[in-house]
Design a protein around this ligand. Structure first.
Ligand code: NI
Length: 256
């Protein structure tokens, strides 16, 4: 079975067929999905989805593009939500200097606060880092992010930086980008990172793999990602599917 470790089925692009699609997943080979909140508002939405479907779990957190709306009261409310048994991570949290939606100091402040939240509730973190590779790593190091563990989602850095995250105990999240023809560095990373430390993800509705690049993504396209990783490593797709499933169960502390 396939484990989609990072999805956004609460997104409005799924309004037309969300229920049908999510219900069909286990029969189509996708056994578990973690739906990840990106805004404060979406925290309740991902939790509702996790409550409705046995195979869907939730992550509670606010994306760096959206942290301007945060305050300590909202963090406390998120902390309460984290007590729900279907919540398996704090995320997605981090830094995004590409869109630069919020000032860097504001992004950093709430990244650090949400790393602390993860420690308070004893959950792993889902890290979003774009055009802020070194800054993300430095904050994680300084604030002992290794103590909670977690995943660098949609990893887009160098092979060398990936090695540093592995040393910190983190997993590397790989999605549709690895299938793109021009994704040379990403292919190198996928080949270099030990299979035991790779998680498979969609980030759907975004980042659909080739041959669906640009279309709405869903967990049903993950076999293309698995095939590409298998090809890069010279192993069977089944091995990639099974090992990354076990990795996700271990990282999210979900019992068989
Ligand atoms: Ni995401």
């Amino acid at each position: 079975m396939i484990f989609d470790t990072h999805a956004h089925y609460d997104d409005e692009q799924f309004d037309g067929d969300r229920d049908e699609l999510l219900k069909s997943m286990p029969d189509l080979g996708v056994g578990t999905i973690v739906d990840v909140s990106a805004t404060y508002e979406s925290c309740e939405k991902v939790l509702a989805l996790a409550g409705k479907y046995p195979h869907v779990y939730a992550a509670i957190g606010v994306h760096p593009d959206e942290v301007g709306e945060l305050n300590e009261d909202k963090i406390q409310h998120m902390k309460e939500l984290c007590c729900n048994k279907k919540v398996v991570a704090v995320g997605e949290i981090g830094l995004d200097y590409y869109w630069d939606n919020e000032p860097h100091e504001v992004q950093q402040k709430w990244f650090i606060r949400q790393l602390e939240l993860a420690k308070e509730v004893n959950l792993p973190v889902i890290i979003h880092s774009r055009e802020a590779s070194q800054e993300t790593f430095d904050i994680m190091k300084e604030h002992h992010a290794g103590s909670t563990g977690g995943v660098i989602h949609c990893y887009s850095g160098s092979k060398e930086m990936a090695a540093e995250y592995l040393k910190m105990g983190y997993y590397i999240g790989i999605g549709g980008v690895v299938t793109f023809k021009n994704a040379r560095v990403m292919k190198e990373v996928a080949a270099a990172v030990p299979l035991e430390r790779i998680l498979i993800e969609t980030d759907c509705p975004y980042l659909a793999p080739t041959p669906y690049r640009g279309k709405r993504n869903s967990s049903l396209f993950l076999p293309y990602v698995i095939e590409e990783i298998a090809k890069l490593k010279g192993i069977a797709p089944k091995t990639v599917e099974e090992t990354t499933w076990e990795n996700a169960m271990r990282m999210y502390k979900i019992n068989g």
